[in-house]
Design a protein around this ligand. Sequence first.
Ligand code: AMP
Length: 440
Amino acid sequence: MAFTSLQLHPSLLRALKELGYTRPTPIQTDSIPPALAGRDVLACAMTGSGKTAAFVLPILHKLMDKPRGKTRALVITPTRELAAQIVEAINSLAVHTPLSGASVYGGVGMGPQEHAFRSGVDIIVATPGRLLDHFRMPYAKLDALEFLVFDEADRMLDMGFLPDIRRIIKHVPAKRQTLFFSATMPPPIAQLTREMLKNPVTINVERQAAPATGITQAVYPVGQELKSALLLALLKRGDMKEALVFTRTKHRANRLAEYLVKAGISAERIHGNRSQSARTAALAGFKDGTYRVLVATDIAARGIDVEALGHVVNLDVPAVPEDYIHRVGRTARAELKGEAYTFVAPDEESDLRAIEKAISKRLPRVTVPDFDYSAKPAGRLEIPIGERIAKIRAEKAGQRARAAEKAKRRDGGGPARPAASGSSSSGSSRRGSRGGGRSR
Ligand code: AMP
């Protein structure tokens, strides 16, 4: 099927042609016609399926004939990265139209976002928390809203956004068209769809989520402490030109990026403790090839869309099968080929089995022929939290002992505490004035 048979506006068809999209993906074929016809849509679609264009195209088409200056569509999405990416998709699909989109998410100033509300930008793409912040302000009225989209709803549930979503619904008109996308359909999400959608067209709902076809998946059994060395070996052998690498924690992401940079591999990291500008710069650098490796934690990586990304590496086995499917979906997007490697330490075998059960497939085990599996580990990626706390405590105790010792020496060997406080004249005068205040 060609895009032309979907009856989309010629300006949109022109943009699609320039973007090199020749045929609609299955989710686009299934959801664009009912969405154009004004129906609510409930779609089980995972990232990489082309779901963004599946909701953006019908909305843009329907907004073409409407007067401008009022926000008519709101897209709610779990992460900042995903929001930024959806706005990017809107603006590139709308390039030959007067329409545009703006993002609303935390970690950046409210000013430009307030302007987007006040000027009535056509489409707002928002994360739940920041959107609710704006809703407290009088300018954030969405009375003219006609389209509401939920993207990656199951992820919003995982991130604890369900109560926020229910609050958001109270701020938008009841008479609207709702398009709802979720990779999986856990019971709370199914309940939400029953409350929010009117007689929806359901697409692919029965299908068990599975990674896109075109992905070669493999498991690399390796001891926990040799994982970074194995990754380095695969990069050095040229098995991977570039890779998006997932780690379980922010700390591990930092340590791994440091390790790779020390070994001469250009690498950056993206996780929740980094500022929005650092995250954006890291992603841009990875996209333009400045960095060969982008190390990410799950949440931060939602929605990372790197065209033709060849490799995804799970340095740690994801604890939940859905996370595996999402992560692996970063590669082989829109039916390209990709490879997903998962490093499995002996204590992660049971999590791996749960994943294999969910995708109904046993993944092949791969041993790298010239890698020394019995090598002495270069160092641990992560010091266990107990050890880290003990180290900090020991350092603090040392500092206190040194300070006491110093004070003792300064006061000629007298008791450390009274002499130290008595030696500060400003300290004693402060105490004096506070004492006076209390006695009044
Ligand atoms: P999504 O699932 O929306 O995150 O899209 C995944 C990727 O597929 C994005 O990089 C899109 O630019 C790309 N894409 C979406 N629709 C098509 C299409 N019909 N043909 C080729 N690529 C597409």
